[in-house]
Design a protein around this ligand. Structure first.
Ligand code: IPE
Ligand code: IPE
Ligand code: MG
Length: 248
């Protein structure tokens, strides 16, 4: 048997089959605010703690052998929050993008983004584009940050592209739409994890997740751990995916 790293060993110990991992895991990192409130901290402190969680979860996912990790960092609807929180989040993501780039590059991570990044503050946009350019030839995990991302907005952007290209109506197919999403070469997510208990999609990857398995944990994002990630994977492996067909 091949040598397992500690994350893989932990997975095997929990009963996970390493040969049928979800290829693409998407995470709705929720509950930073509630976590902070419960501790008597400001909401932004919750986001800072959430950033630390993300750093380790990316490493865990990569060591486990997940090929694609996509995380919801800021939704197209999150602009409705108080200006100080929005500004704080933008600054935090920008700092994180700069501070983590070297380590991510060394770990062979390929960075992508999803969302209308032309609408985020200039400094953040530049940090993201720099990260994408630096890591574009990496062959490890593909890490996609969804920022100013909305699933409906993404579909609107696809429709605009198709109309601009003069696409005749009878040529519009599901495949064609998929080919014009923000990251058309990414496989669809197999597993969607949501922390902090809410049972909704909140406009995340709504086209791509038509048949993805949902795993919701009560744990708030700042307390999410490698064990939680593995529980999600194990639950995924216990499901029967049918894609509308009959499976015996
Ligand atoms: C998720 O945590 C982070 C973002 C949406 C940026 P929240 O800030 O939504 O935390 P809750 O839902 O208020 O607890
Ligand atoms: C979804 O969480 C967005 C992110 C995690 C970035 P929200 O906290 O914004 O979702 P709702 O408002 O509870 O639906
Ligand atoms: Mg929330």
């Amino acid at each position: 048997m091949r040598n397992l790293n500690s994350m893989q060993q932990k997975a095997v110990d929990l009963g996970i089959d390493l040969t049928s991992l979800p290829r693409h895991v998407a995470i709705i990192m929720d509950g930073n605010g509630r976590w902070a409130k419960k501790k008597g901290f400001a909401r932004l402190l919750g986001h800072r703690e959430g950033y630390k969680t993300l750093r380790s979860v990316l490493l865990n996912a990569s060591e486990l052998g997940i090929e694609y990790l996509t995380v919801y960092a800021f939704s197209a609807e999150n602009w409705r929050r108080p200006v100080e929180e929005v500004a704080g989040l933008m600054k935090l993501i920008e700092t994180a993008a700069r501070d983590e780039l070297r380590a991510m590059h060394q770990n062979n991570v390929r960075i992508c983004v999803a969302g209308r990044i032309d609408e985020v503050p200039e400094g953040l946009r530049r940090a993201l584009l720099h990260g994408i350019e630096t890591t574009k030839n990496n062959t490890g995990i593909t890490f996609t940050l969804a920022i100013n991302y909305g699933g409906r907005a993404e579909i609107v952007d696809v429709v605009k592209q198709l109309i601009d290209a003069g696409t005749p109506a009878n040529e519009v197919t599901e495949e064609l739409i998929s080919q014009h999403l923000y990251n058309p070469t990414h496989p669809e997510p197999d597993l969607m994890v949501r922390t902090a208990g809410e049972m909704r999609w909140s406009n995340f990857l709504i086209w791509q997740s038509a048949y993805c398995e949902l795993y919701v944990t009560e744990v708030p994002w700042p307390e999410f751990s490698s064990t939680e990630l593995l529980k999600g994977v194990l639950t995924f492996q216990q499901r029967t995916r049918k894609f509308g067909a009959v499976v015996e």
